[in-house]
Design a protein around this ligand. Sequence first.
Ligand code: ATP
Ligand code: ZN
Length: 225
Amino acid sequence: MIDNNRLRIAVQKSGRLCEGSMELLKAIGVKLSIRDRLLIAHSTNLPVDLLRVRDDDIPGLVMDGVVDLGFIGENELEEKMLERKAADKQHQYDVLERLDFGGCRLSIAVPNEMQYQGMASLNGKKIATTYPYLLERYFREQKIDAKAVMLNGSVEVAPRAGLADAICDLVSTGATLEANGLEEKEVIFRSKAVLIQRRGEMPQPKQQLIDKLLTRINGVMQAKE
Ligand code: ATP
Ligand code: ZN
């Protein structure tokens, strides 16, 4: 059952943001009993419900006001914001805190054998990516006439498969790029996990709880510095 008096927080169910989000919730005293299959987890000590979803769904849940807070990577957040803005959907939110996990960069990488002499080498080319809005914004800023080809998976094999000339994908160590004969050339976006809040009216008790949790997050982050 959905209870509007409880604070609703969206987190990634499993994946790279999951551990950091759950550890932080634990560190700020939100006790949870998680049953693996379930979408919703209730806190046992605070009026907090956790919605465990795919990270792709989190920006929309917050922007539509379906949940109060969400833990999300800035890359996914910014991409979905641009997509929703283009579609004339609600795309507002507030960032409460930039967090110290989920760090990665969105980069353009080209096949080793490509003669790359800067961004101009990409003119007229097709670039495979899961982030077409971020990539096309970058092309516009750099005045490059290239095309983003949307792929939800296997982006790094697109050049070898003849689907694109280069790629734009998330990188942390670069090992995946290297394994696929690709070289990182341009960083177009640097990302970390953030905690975001929906816009709109918030009942006072809920806002007080958010403020309290935020104070604790700041404390936890300062203690780590
Ligand atoms: P889901 O099943 O929830 O859709 P996913 O496969 O889209 O998962 P993950 O690979 O778990 O997502 O990545 C989630 C987020 O983690 C990314 O959007 C990014 O913000 C962050 N991240 C941090 N490091 C990396 C990395 N090396 N590669 C990809 N994402 C990273
Ligand atoms: Zn995802």
